[in-house]
Design a protein around this ligand. Structure first.
Ligand SMILES: [Zn+2]
Length: 66
């Protein structure tokens, strides 16, 4: 039983291609009233980048382990 090394898709961060803003589910987003723990898929459909107001469709998964 391992409980210290779980790969959780909910922890996937997403980056805005337009301005480089990174949405981290562990942090949520205070600017847009998203509490910590909300994965990108669970964001409101009208959520947009708090920095450049870009649509969710311009975000891509942020791969931090390349
Ligand atoms: Zn942006």
């Amino acid at each position: 039983m391992q409980d210290s090394q779980q790969e959780q898709p909910e922890a996937q961060a997403w980056i805005c291609l337009e301005c480089g803003y990174i949405y981290d589910p562990a942090q949520g987003d205070l600017e847009t009233n998203i509490p910590p723990g909300v994965c990108f898929d669970k964001l409101p459909g009208d959520w947009c980048c708090p920095v450049c107001n870009g649509a969710m469709s311009q975000f891509i998964k942020f791969e931090s382990q390349l």
